[in-house]
Design a protein around this ligand. Structure first.
Ligand code: G3H
Ligand code: 13P
Ligand code: NA
Ligand code: ZN
Length: 309
């Protein structure tokens, strides 16, 4: 069934694991992810950005997710990723989503609270849950590029007031992850501020925390891309052991998009180099979809720990 994240997060918090929130943009991505979740019997969040809605259109994405639910019979939440304003959140709440993120992290603390509360009040009146954000991640999303210098960690002393006054159901925090495939410079120490996470956890007992920018940028896929005509230099992600550590904590939702993109692209590039004569999309999208499935199975079992839950 199509569900909210309420029950999922409660179980994840208590069980010391995290739910994967995977970005979807087309049928092959939806199928690769949901086939993996079905085989691993894992709860799942499929999330859609404003860019995804622009690319594929709202109703195609909603119906693809509905088809996946029919096919897998899994509990799946459909979530708006990085909602920028009240209107986009309302459009998704009215349009069949069970969860939305209002990303007010670029605003002042006060404006973020006001905006988030407005979305929460509307969402809750319709049975939809809301993710808010405090602190800014570096990286690119919907063509907004936040430089590493402008990124800022979540300030733990703000979280209680924010959660209390807005009524949000979960909170995304910034502890050193970032969006995209270039999270650390070569030679730079790959570090996350687990001390901030611990302080947030202490101040918000039993409250689900969300980690954005959590792709590992798995070297296997980057190498396959680069060996088959691609040119992605110095792509570096979050080490898997750090994500495993986060999954054991209050972190109940881990966002993954870049790893899907890399797996899909690796499959397509490898196929084209092996078969330069192919031009039927089913030929090159089949291995691309299989890569997504393999990647997601790996995440569910070895990183998130949500298989069989
Ligand atoms: O956080 C950003 C996600 O990876 C979505 O990216 O806005 O390009 O669809 P997008
Ligand atoms: P990645 O770019 O690390 O996959 O992060 C995705 C994300 O946070 C989507 O909201
Ligand atoms: Na957890
Ligand atoms: Zn994000």
């Amino acid at each position: 069934p199509l569900v909210t994240t309420k029950e999922m997060f409660k179980k994840a918090y208590e069980g010391g694991y995290a739910i994967g929130a995977f970005n979807v943009n087309n049928m092959e991505i939806v199928q690769g992810i949901t086939e993996a979740a079905k085989e691993e019997n894992a709860p799942l969040i499929l999330q859609v950005s404003a860019g995804a809605r622009k690319y594929a259109k709202h109703s195609y994405l909603v119906h693809l997710v509905q088809a996946a639910i029919e096919d897998t019979e899994l509990p799946i939440a459909l979530h708006l990723d990085h909602g920028a304003d009240f209107e986009v959140c309302k459009s998704c709440i009215d349009g069949g989503f069970t969860s939305v993120m209002i990303d007010g992290s670029h605003h002042s603390f006060k404006d973020n609270m006001e905006l988030t509360k407005r979305v929460v009040d509307y969402a809750h009146s319709k049975g939809v849950v809301v993710e808010g954000e405090l602190g800014q991640l570096a990286g690119i999303e919907d063509n907004v590029n936040v430089s590493a210098e402008n990124a800022s960690y979540t300030q733990p002393e703000q979280v209680e007031e924010f959660v209390k006054s807005t009524g949000v159901d979960s909170l995304a925090i910034a502890i050193g992850t970032s969006h995209g495939a270039f999270k650390f410079k070569p030679g730079q120490k790959t570090q996350l501020r687990f001390d901030i996470l611990e302080e947030v956890e202490r101040r918000l007992p039993n409250f689900p925390i969300v980690l954005h920018g959590a792709s590992s940028v798995i070297p296997k896929y980057v190498e396959t891309i680069n060996k088959n005509g691609g040119n992605i230099a110095d792509a570096i992600g979050i080490p898997e052991d750090m994500l495993r550590e986060a999954a054991k904590s209050a972190v109940c939702k881990i966002n993954i998009d870049s790893d899907l993109r890399l797996a899909l692209t690796a499959g397509i590039r490898e196929h084209f180099v092996a078969h330069p004569d192919h031009f039927d999309p089913r030929q090159y999208l089949t291995p691309a979809r299989a890569n997504i499935k393999e990647l997601v199975k790996h995440k569910l079992v070895y990183v998130l720990g949500c298989n069989g839950k």
